[in-house]
Design a protein around this ligand. Structure first.
Ligand SMILES: O=C(COP(=O)(O)O)N(O)CCCCO
Ligand code: NA
Ligand SMILES: [Zn+2]
Length: 311
């Protein structure tokens, strides 16, 4: 069934596991993710960025949002696993309202680059509107390093746990993304991978609410090798190691945003197939391996996060 993200995350919060939130821009990634969820009998959170809404809607974000709601609902309404649709990194009021109007389960208001009081004010505005429409809300505190979609945040600003408690009390958000040292993309760490577990622990103790990890892709070595075998150059790529990811779940992370790992798996499959099948031009065939690899990465992640058999 098509459900509210909050329902999925409240259960995960109670039972101390995490649910992956996978980004999509098209049908093929959605198919591969749903197949992984079916295989693992796992709840799924599908998420789209504002760029994805524009991309799918050919420039019209409301049309894009409506298309994603229709696609996701079509799958969700016909399956036993709970599926939610979430707007990732909502920064633009128009896009957030479009997602709510189209029927998204939840929206993120990302005002993490603003001073605290402004982040609170903006977030409160969105919470009021979203909750009136039965839509749940995610917000972010602290700043990831790396490129956050359209905002290049130069250095990571880690969450202040006391500020987090104040923030959630003031805003009534449903789930919170505390920055604890991750960043978006395939180049997360220069040296050793390290996250601030202590801050995470404190945020969980103080808020007791579902928490979100952004920049949580692991950069799956198997996919890097296949892609590089067929012409890709992913030198220097490094993600969040599986054992570190598991520790964040043990400490209270319940939603794990994953985009880069699926992108790398898809392109690995695409490169491999195209190189080995010069005569083929049926998209169902030349995107077949790509979808299979995405499904594999999805299934492994659902297992690792503990959401398998939790549907
Ligand atoms: O936090 C994440 C996932 O980050 P990643 O998959 O790059 O680790 N997202 O919000 C997905 C969109 C960011 C661009 O990749
Ligand atoms: Na999000
Ligand atoms: Zn993110």
């Amino acid at each position: 069934p098509y459900v509210n993200t909050k329902d999925i995350l409240e259960k995960a919060n109670k039972e101390y596991y995490a649910v992956a939130a996978f980004n999509i821009n098209n049908l093929e990634f959605l198919q591969a993710i749903v197949e992984g969820g079916i295989e693992k009998k796992s709840p799924l959170i599908i998420e789209t960025s504002e760029g994805a809404m524009k991309y799918a809607g050919m420039g019209d974000p409301l049309r894009g949002a409506s298309l994603f709601v229709k696609m996701v609902r079509e799958f969700a309404d016909s399956l036993d696993i709970p599926i939610a649709l979430h707007l990732d990194h909502g920064k633009n009021f128009k896009y957030i309202i479009s997602a709510i109007k189209a029927g998204y389960s939840s929206v993120m208001i990302d005002a993490s680059d603003k001073p605290l009081e402004e982040n609170i004010k903006t977030t409160k505005d969105i919470v009021r509107i979203a909750h009136a429409a039965g839509v749940s809300v995610e917000a972010e505190l602290g700043k990831l390093a790396g490129i956050e979609d359209n905002v290049a945040s130069s250095e990571s600003v880690l969450v202040n746990p006391d500020e987090a408690k104040y923030f959630v009390e003031e805003t009534q958000v449903d789930f919170l993304a505390p920055a604890i040292g991750t960043s978006h993309g395939a180049f997360k760490f220069k040296g050793e991978a390290k996250l601030d577990f202590d801050r995470l622990k404190k945020v969980k103790e103080l808020t007791k609410m579902p928490l979100v990890l952004h920049g949580a892709s692991s950069v799956v070595q198997e996919m890097v090798e296949i892609a590089e075998n067929y012409g890709a150059d992913f030198g220097g790529s490094k993600g969040v190691p599986s054992d570190i990811l598991k520790e964040t779940v043990r400490l209270g992370i319940n939603k794990v945003n994953t985009d880069t790992d699926l992108r790398m798996a898809f392109v690995a499959g695409l490169r491999e197939f195209l190189q080995n099948n010069p005569k083929e031009f049926d998209p169902r065939k030349y995107m077949g391996t790509a979808k299979t690899y995405v499904k594999k990465v999805v299934s492994d992640r659902l297992e690792l996060l503990g959401s398998a058999n939790k549907a």
